[in-house]
Design a protein around this ligand. Structure first.
Ligand SMILES: Nc1ncnc2c1ncn2[C@@H]1O[C@H](COP(=O)(O)OP(=O)(O)OP(=O)(O)O)[C@@H](O)[C@H]1O
Ligand SMILES: O=P(O)(O)OC[C@H]1O[C@H](OP(=O)(O)OP(=O)(O)O)[C@H](O)[C@@H]1O
Ligand SMILES: O=C(O)c1cccnc1
Length: 489
């Protein structure tokens, strides 16, 4: 059996092929060639009108700890895949790259760079897997959370997913992403400790089963807690659960803060209306009705349409597992590489599928908004040395259907990719999590409602600058000519 090593580093959290390529670069002496890679996803998750970027804090944590530990090197040696010289190089490896990224809570779209890594080829290659792993998951969950927030309106929504999440990391980072996307609280106590997310919760059926009846269970809970939400559906919501909750609330009076009751099964439209009547008749008009049970944006919207009297939503499985779309599909593609003279040359990945043709060159994404109302006109993806702020009017056109175009004047242009690392040095100060969450909400204000609706939203314009578009077309032509002139005889 292979030797077991302590889990003292996350640097090997990478695909073996990254290390294999880096060994080639190293042995051919090109590991320090300058390269640029960009992360983007091809389709909008959940067919939503926007996605919410999340994952930067975990990326920073990963990069800050990016070095090969003694046990990493021992293990790699044991695999017998790598040369001693290469292992010696890895032992002394220090990340020297520059990372530019959308900040957490920023709205991002398909077919535009959301993160960019520039630096020594080996450094760029090493971080691909971990960056994609983090961004793919957290951006997906933050986006799902924003969808749920959009249908819940101003109601409180609580994240209940840990027990159904794809293991520990997904629960912890997933709940953080859910908070960024607009959730109010989590049931995961460790996430509260680590990130300062408000924790919140009720109690489970086990409490009622322990006492064998609703009344005694609620009474015991009330005698040991100030804030009380009673779970009323263990035996019979209407006949036993709610009457018992009311009895305990009356008996305990000011000794407790009777916040409400939770329903976790049955027809929640019907039940919530009946429960509301029961609570109101008993004089508990301020008591809230909590609901949980496989909820997501669709069931919440349907329950609202049915006038369900639900005030607080607990959402687990369908949020934390991104139930209806398990992967964002973000990719990491090389957009430029230095030639033998050290000059950066733009590079492209071709495909028969137009969507899969990458856009070459180091780019910046500019969010274009009208000065008059602050509303988004679209994103303008330009080469890095272009600055649309220097122009008084901006010609924006669809990159595939170029006849769809417009000229925008009186606009503001805001760069989306911010410098996070400069030549290996962290230069970005991460905001407080609550501020990131607020930023996410504020960003949605600048979107027209047409882009925000849950079902079939308008496609938000992601346009290429003329230079960026010309550059892409020229490279496609160059590669076609090169392939046509190839001869292997
Ligand atoms: N009025 C309603 N309209 C639409 N969906 C509802 C309504 N009431 C409940 N639901 C949803 O229907 C599904 C019911 O699932 P299911 O039949 O598994 O639950 P249950 O039998 O009520 O409870 P349990 O979880 O104990 O099995 C849940 O996703 C729930 O959120
Ligand atoms: O349904 P979710 O959105 O995942 O929300 C979390 C669920 O976790 C708890 O259930 P529990 O684990 O006791 O199982 P249950 O589904 O049988 O109630 C809670 O009562 C919710 O139903
Ligand atoms: O506090 C709750 O009610 C809760 C917590 C986790 C999962 N389901 C419910």
């Amino acid at each position: 059996m292979a030797r077991q090593y302590p889990d003292d580093s996350t640097t090997l959290h990478t695909d073996a092929y990254e290390l294999s390529m880096i060994q080639t670069y190293f042995e051919k002496g090109i590991q320090n060639k300058r390269a640029i890679f960009e992360v983007f996803f091809r389709d909008m998750p959940f067919k939503n009108g926007f996605a919410v970027f999340a994952g930067l804090q975990h990326i920073i944590h990963y990069i800050e700890n990016l070095h090969f530990s003694e046990t990493d090197i021992s293990y790699l040696k044991e695999t017998e895949h790598f040369s001693p010289e290469f292992l010696n190089y890895l032992e002394n490896f220090q990340f020297k790259g520059t990372i530019r990224s959308a900040v957490e809570g920023e709205l991002v779209y398909n077919q535009e760079p959301i993160l960019q890594v520039e630096g020594p080829l080996a450094d760029c290659q090493l971080v691909e897997t971990a960056i994609l792993n983090i961004v793919n998951f957290q951006t997906l969950i933050a986006t799902k959370a924003a969808r749920i927030r959009s249908v819940a309106g101003t109601d409180a929504i609580m994240e209940f997913g840990t027990r159904r999440a794809q293991e520990f990391d997904a629960a912890i980072w997933g709940t953080r992403a859910a908070y960024i996307g607009g959730f109010d609280a989590t049931s995961n106590v460790r996430a509260g400790k680590l990130f300062g997310i408000p924790i919140s919760g009720t109690h489970a059926h086990a409490l009622v089963q322990t006492y064998g009846n609703d009344y005694e269970a609620f009474k015991a809970y009330a005698e040991t807690h100030r804030d009380c939400v009673f779970l009323v559906d263990t035996y019979d919501t209407i006949k036993s659960g709610v009457p018992s909750a009311i009895r305990v609330a009356k008996e305990m009076g000011d000794k407790i803060n009777f916040q409400g009751v939770r329903i976790d099964s049955g027809d929640m439209a019907y039940l919530s209306k009946r429960v509301r009547e029961q609570l109101d008749e008993a004089g508990f008009k301020a008591a809230k009705i909590y609901a949980s049970n496989d909820l997501d944006e669709k069931t919440i919207m349907s329950l609202k349409m049915q006038n369900a009297k639900i005030d607080v939503w607990g959402v687990g499985t369908k949020l934390i597992t991104a139930f209806d779309q398990p992967a964002l599909g973000a990719v990491y593609k090389m957009v430029a590489i230095a030639d033998d003279n050290g000059q950066l040359k733009d590079t492209i990945k071709l495909s028969n599928n137009a969507e899969k043709v990458s856009t070459p060159g180091r780019k910046q994404v500019w969010r274009i908004t009208k000065k008059a109302d602050g509303k988004s006109e679209g994103d303008y993806v330009a080469l890095f040395d272009e600055d649309p702020r220097e122009q008084s009017s901006l010609y924006m056109f669809h990159p595939s259907y170029t006849y769809i175009n417009k000229t925008v004047t009186d606009f503001n242009a805001r760069p989306i990719l911010q410098t996070i690392y400069s030549d290996g040095r962290l230069v970005y100060q991460q905001p407080e999590l609550a501020d990131i969450r607020q930023l996410c909400m504020d960003n949605q204000e600048s979107l027209w409602p047409e882009y925000k609706r849950d079902l079939n939203p308008q496609k938000y314009p992601i346009d290429l600058s003329q230079r960026c578009w010309d550059n892409k077309m020229n490279l496609i032509k160059e590669i076609h000519e090169y392939v046509q002139n190839l001869s292997f005889e």
